[in-house]
Design a protein around this ligand. Structure first.
Ligand SMILES: C[S@@+](CC[C@H](N)C(=O)[O-])C[C@H]1O[C@@H](n2cnc3c(N)ncnc32)[C@H](O)[C@@H]1O
Length: 205
């Protein structure tokens, strides 16, 4: 398969992502929660605890950050190693988060309007660009009517992927018909993502 700019793209199956965890090439893994989420939770604008879905939750660093703040968190990922590692980390830290092995695109029926929040961090850039409209629809289906997407979007402009970048205007245009809210450049991204990450807080229209 090729990306729109014709760079080769791997087949982005669960086996592909599982292989990355098993080979030790999960270079996206920060080994800690994303700093912009830490700052958000320490700020006056911190979201109030509620039921939260974390899409493509990986080893669970972000999910466990919110769980430690009282959120009722369910992490979803289709790579079994990621689910096992996140589940183990929750147990080790005595946190209540659940991690379920699922394809996120098959969640809508099981979890329709189940969450106050959806959390996004490097899952949107891990899917194929042509899956983005399905991702927007999925978030809309998972959230309760007043629910909120809290997202850290990696809007880099390098070709190919994963991670697939996109100008932030393209991401805003995708969400605009069904969500309203704010996008702001994250102030405290890790060095490799500075000036390229946007923290978004979007409510269903
Ligand atoms: C780039 S990693 C990011 C993981 C985590 N959010 C982090 O920042 O460490 C993308 C994750 O999404 C998962 N993923 C990709 N497509 C998925 C899908 N369709 N359903 C479930 N998980 C998916 C992968 O297994 C992988 O763990």
């Amino acid at each position: 398969m090729s990306s729109p700019d014709q760079l080769p793209v791997p087949d982005l199956t669960a086996e592909f992502w599982e292989g990355r965890y098993q080979e030790g090439t999960a270079r996206w893994d920060l080994g800690q929660p994303a700093p912009p989420f830490v700052s958000l939770l320490q700020s006056d604008a911190a979201p109030k605890p509620g039921r939260m879905a974390v899409l493509g939750s990986g080893r669970g660093h972000d999910a466990l950050l919110f769980a430690a703040q009282g959120f009722e968190v369910v992490g979803f990922d289709f790579a079994p190693s990621a689910i096992a590692d996140a589940t183990q980390a929750a147990a080790t830290r005595g946190l209540q988060a659940r991690f379920l092995q699922r394809d996120i695109f098959a969640l809508a029926d099981e979890f329709s309007q189940s969450f106050d929040y959806v959390l996004e961090h490097t899952c949107f850039c891990a899917i194929l660009p042509e899956q983005r409209p399905d991702y927007v629809r999925l978030v809309q289906q998972l959230l309760k009517p007043e629910g909120e997407l809290i997202a850290l979007f990696w809007a880099h402009s390098r070709p190919g992927g994963p991670p697939f970048g996109a100008p932030i205007e393209v991401i805003q245009t995708l969400f605009a018909p069904s969500f309203v809210g704010s996008f702001r450049l994250a102030a405290d991204s890790i060095a490799a993502r500075q000036q390229e990450e946007y923290l978004a807080r979007l409510r269903r229209r």
